[in-house]
Design a binder for this molecule. Structure first.
Ligand SMILES: Cc1cc2nc3c(=O)[nH]c(=O)nc-3n(C[C@H](O)[C@H](O)[C@H](O)COP(=O)(O)OP(=O)(O)OC[C@H]3O[C@@H](n4cnc5c(N)ncnc54)[C@H](O)[C@@H]3O)c2cc1C
Length: 391
């Protein structure tokens, strides 16, 4: 079988399948170690899904957050156990692909898959120099997936844009602790900005809905300025963050989509590493069932709909609540230990997003439905009427 793309999703699905003695070819358009615009924050729940040690590529262990509302009001929350890790994607992705190769997967680098055709029971994949035949294709080729264009020609409806800038550490800055994530939320609706400390740099970034992408540079610039840092225009990189909406196809009788190619990202935080690794695990299971027992590959989609998609749907609803009641929720995080601990449990994987929604007394069903509809509408209105508060 062929896996297109060797980011975390592609390498991990190849790892699982090769480990079970299936022949796997990973086709990658770039060459490892390669850069990828990403904050490099890996939640503990994602680390727990990795069946090998990643200590060698961890640059910082994160045990708390600085929450800032509207570029101003901030407070710090810490916890005893690590909630996340900061890593450079260059090294992390290289480690993952080496693990897949170690299990027997074949990596074909520097070849971009341009076209796919289904013919006589096989998929034919065309690169600029070769043609590959496969019974099963796994699309792990990220946000601009060429495999998705065949499996889901309608595309992913919901898209945010993320921007990243690696800011060189010239001197320590007391307000940016080395073991915390700093996030600014409630400034741009459905968006936020962050600083993640790494060994030699601060990984600074922001994500906003596509409709507000024209404000991305000025938002990130203002956020950094207030932290005593400046945005280096030569070092910024922007990249789409697609999020799947329920019903968008991610499977066919010959192939499946995983990770960003499937739009499996958190609509609240833009986090996608956990979903890439988790969907790779589910994909490996269903591809094995397909090849050994003839199971329909579309069962993978059903599995994702019942599992990971539920997390994504709840994250989208929580984002709506946050955007509607941002000051109230910000202050809840400041004062309410149970809520903060529940948030940490979600990052560690001890609790699901659904569990976070239940941490306070849950309103009766019809009221909750009304609130969810209202907050989603309110968020949409905020996005459409947005005027940057920093100008
Ligand atoms: C600015 C920004 C910050 C982010 N920060 C975080 C964060 O801190 N934490 C987090 O969890 N997530 C973060 N994300 C999301 C995260 O980067 C993605 O969800 C994650 O990379 C998805 O992994 P993937 O393997 O599905 O895709 P990718 O990592 O995009 O890998 C896809 C691979 O496919 C290759 N490829 C693409 N097209 C082809 C082709 N046609 N032929 C062959 N190869 C191809 C690419 O070269 C690449 O190697 C961030 C995203 C952005 C944009």
């Amino acid at each position: 079988m062929v896996v297109v793309g060797s980011g975390p999703a592609g390498s991990m699905v190849a790892y699982h399948l090769a480990r079970d003695n299936f022949q796997v070819a990973l086709i990658e358009k770039k060459r490892h170690p390669r850069r990828k615009p990403c904050g490099g924050g890996l939640q503990e729940k994602a680390r727990r899904l990795l069946p090998f040690d990643i200590t060698a590529v961890v640059e910082r262990v994160i045990s708390g957050m600085v929450f800032q509302l509207g570029l101003r009001d901030r407070f710090t929350r810490r916890t005893a156990e690590p909630v996340a890790y900061n890593l450079s994607r260059e090294h992390f992705d290289h480690l993952l692909v080496r693990q897949a190769i170690g299990e027997g997967a074949t990596l074909i680098e520097g070849e971009e898959v341009r076209e796919l055709e289904f013919k006589e029971g096989h998929v034919s994949l065309l690169t600029e120099s070769s043609r590959y035949l496969a019974k099963v294709v796994i699309g792990a080729d990220g946000a601009g997936s060429v495999v998705r264009k065949v499996i889901n020609p309608g595309g992913v409806a919901q898209e945010a844009v993320g921007m990243i800038c690696e800011v060189e550490k010239k001197r320590p800055i007391a307000s940016i602790p080395e073991d915390l994530f700093i996030v600014d939320w409630g400034t741009v609706p459905a968006g936020y900005a962050w600083i993640f400390p790494k060994e030699k740099t601060w990984s600074a970034g922001a994500m906003v809905p596509r409709a507000l992408s024209r404000h991305l540079v000025s938002y990130l610039g203002t956020f950094l300025e207030r932290e005593g840092l400046s945005l280096d225009m030569q070092r910024i990189k922007a990249h789409p963050i697609p999020t799947r909406t329920a019903g968008e196809p991610i499977s066919s009788h010959w192939g499946i989509l995983i990770g960003d190619a499937a739009g499996l990202t958190d609509p609240f935080t833009g986090e996608g590493l956990y979903y890439a690794i988790a969907s790779a695990q589910r994909a490996a299971f269903w591809v094995k069932e397909h090849l050994q027992r003839g199971a329909d590959l579309r069962l993978y989609e059903e599995d994702i709909n019942q599992g990971l998609m539920q997390e994504i749907i709840v994250a989208g609803k929580l984002r709506g609540f946050f955007n509607t009641f941002s000051r109230y929720i910000h202050n809840l995080y400041r004062r309410n230990d149970r809520l903060w601990m529940a948030f940490c449990e979600v990052m560690r994987g001890d609790r699901t997003m659904e569990g976070l929604r239940r941490v306070r007394t849950r309103p009766p069903g019809p009221i909750l439905n009304y609130l969810e509809r209202f907050t989603s509408w309110y968020e949409w209105r905020q996005i459409n009427r947005f005027k940057p508060p920093w100008q």
